[in-house]
Design a protein around this ligand. Structure first.
Ligand SMILES: [Zn+2]
Length: 143
């Protein structure tokens, strides 16, 4: 059985109905976009108690701010109505050698971005090996 077949089998056994795509709920209720590493150990929905429709979640290797992440965040803000950004990097990351330093760079990049209409509320967190969230304050030297 392939991994995809395993997932589809689990889907069949769970049996829960999928949430219909309500056009009225296209805009996330919290008005937050979360950018996080794709690491499978990070349960972003569980971490923040998210339900369908609560937030945009953008994931890639490291949770880095790339041109594609900026494109997604721009769409999230312009068409999805989000106004805040939360970044989640983590310890023991295969994509980042220094998650704290990378997160600081990402926070500065977002806060000074000309591509995003809304950069007033940008917060960054490190998910620790022990399973806690540690907030990283933006680097004020960049101002
Ligand atoms: Zn990672």
């Amino acid at each position: 059985m392939t991994g995809a077949e395993h997932l589809l089998s689990r889907r069949h056994h769970v049996g829960a109905a999928l949430t219909p795509l309500d056009p009225e709920k296209r805009r996330p209720l919290t008005r937050v976009a979360i950018v996080a590493c794709m690491d499978a150990r990070l349960g972003i929905e569980t971490m923040f108690g998210l339900r369908a429709g609560d937030a945009h979640v953008i994931r890639n290797a490291g949770g880095c701010i790339t041109s594609d992440t900026l494109r997604s965040l721009r769409l999230s803000q312009i068409r999805g109505g989000t106004r805040e950004i939360v970044l989640v990097h983590h310890e023991d990351c295969a994509a980042l050698s220094d998650p704290d330093a990378d997160l600081r760079e990402c926070l500065d990049l977002l806060r000074t971005s000309n591509e995003l209409p809304h950069t007033d509320v940008v917060r960054g967190f490190i998910y620790t090996r022990g399973g806690a969230l540690r907030e990283i304050r933006p680097d004020r030297r960049a101002e």
